[in-house]
Design a protein around this ligand. Sequence first.
Ligand SMILES: Nc1ncnc2c1ncn2[C@@H]1O[C@H](COP(=O)(O)OP(=O)(O)OP(=O)(O)O)[C@@H](O)[C@H]1O
Ligand SMILES: [Mg+2]
Length: 262
Amino acid sequence: MGPELDDPVRTLDLELRDITVRFGGLVALSDVTLGVSPRQVHGVIGPNGAGKTTVFNVACGFVTPDEGDVVRSGRRLSKVRPHDLAGLGMARTLQGLGLFDRVTVLENVMTGADRHARAGFLSALLALPRSGADERDLRERAMATLDSLGIAQVADYYPASLPYPVRKRVALARALVAEPELLLLDEPASGLSSDEMDELGDLITSLTDRMSVLLVEHHMDLVMRVCDEITVLDFGKVIARGTPDEVRSDPAVLDAYLGEDV
Ligand SMILES: Nc1ncnc2c1ncn2[C@@H]1O[C@H](COP(=O)(O)OP(=O)(O)OP(=O)(O)O)[C@@H](O)[C@H]1O
Ligand SMILES: [Mg+2]
């Protein structure tokens, strides 16, 4: 945590300020600024290679920007490591699911609840509470989270034995069990059928009674349906920002997606 910054009119849950990221000679992000408002869904879209995943990685600390600041609730984050996220009230799901294959679904979800857990499997498991009461409490919370996502019945299964869309829900449960204030989602709709995508949309919308969401996604219909605000990237630059309706009719966006159905 860095020093407190000047409080703007409203404090955003997350701000990226003038972020530039270079990979060797390639400028992946150039002066990207965006803000996630409390209890809103902020979408990041853009054509292939636009820099969406890089934005996600900067937001969750995988990538340290060459220039610019990441600000969480008005405080500059100097260096976020993946295992700091929960302590910052943040959780994320990855494009690859990152589930632990050798423990059950329930145990996977339980590892998400630990605010001090390190990234690795063993330390996450070791960090689980030893005392019976804590362990029971955590188990109950994990079960309740699975239940809220409609997958309580797979609690004792191993992830690898489950269909992909169910595994995606398990990954989401693991992020939600920590009760984050800010949820970061990278391509949550990939590999889902259109019905499953509708369900995911309803779910994301329902989360905003208690958290904000940064949604990096290339499925335009989902983004248009659930986002309050959208930032559009092209070649690492912000080319448009606004409500779904504003973005949909923006000439720069139509240009960037030439030939695609916005
Ligand atoms: N680790 C890396 N090393 C070098 N170049 C990278 C790295 N990560 C991303 N890039 C490049 O940075 C640019 C932005 O990539 P990024 O993955 O953020 O785009 P994206 O919008 O997520 O694309 P996609 O829609 O294909 O997922 C691309 O040109 C990509 O090739
Ligand atoms: Mg990507």
